[in-house]
Design a protein around this ligand. Structure first.
Ligand SMILES: CC(C)(COP(=O)(O)OP(=O)(O)OC[C@H]1O[C@@H](n2cnc3c(N)ncnc32)[C@H](O)[C@@H]1OP(=O)(O)O)[C@@H](O)C(=O)NCCC(=O)NCCS
Length: 126
């Protein structure tokens, strides 16, 4: 039986913004509509988006394979519950890869400042 797996990632908000600003096509390739809508509806949109990128990277670290085969960034979605706590939803080839590893979404936690965003992801045995 597999054990729980954890991943962490830290994103420099300035670097991220410089890479993604004015690149709507790239942003839409990485983030889901719901992720973009939420972050853009709030102040500090760039740190919020950076935290979600960190969460996607952290999930890939926990999975251990990186973005392999048909997996896409949008396969890893950061959701929100009624009180604003983040959650994870996996789709497509990434959900399949998770299943093959015997894992399922455990938990995600985000934190961001103007300069940095960090995320920790826990995957647990399914
Ligand atoms: C929710 C809370 C923990 C967020 O902490 P913060 O330091 O303000 O901000 P951070 O950047 O570290 O974290 C923000 C992220 O926390 C997450 N978050 C929000 N509500 C949450 C909750 N109920 N449970 C878990 N995570 C939550 C979100 O992912 C949020 O980012 P997002 O809006 O981009 O999705 C904080 O606002 C809070 O309510 N604290 C309760 C204690 C308190 O009132 N302290 C005041 C100072 S003593």
């Amino acid at each position: 039986m597999v054990g729980a797996r954890v991943g962490v990632d830290l994103v420099d908000v300035g670097d991220f913004r410089a890479r993604f600003e004015d690149r709507e096509d790239v942003l839409r390739g990485v983030f889901t509509e719901a992720e973009l809508d939420y972050c853009r509806s709030r102040p500090k949109s760039w740190p919020r988006l950076a935290a979600r990128l960190a969460a996607k990277e952290a999930a890939l670290k926990a999975l251990g394979s990186g973005l392999a085969g048909a997996m896409t960034w949008r396969d890893i979605e950061i959701t929100r519950d009624a009180v604003g706590a983040p959650g994870l939803a996996f789709h497509g080839a990434t959900a399949q890869a998770l299943g093959r590893e015997g894992l399922t979404a455990g938990a995600v936690s985000l934190s961001h400042t103007e300069s940095h965003a960090i995320a920790v992801v826990l995957l647990v045995p399914s």
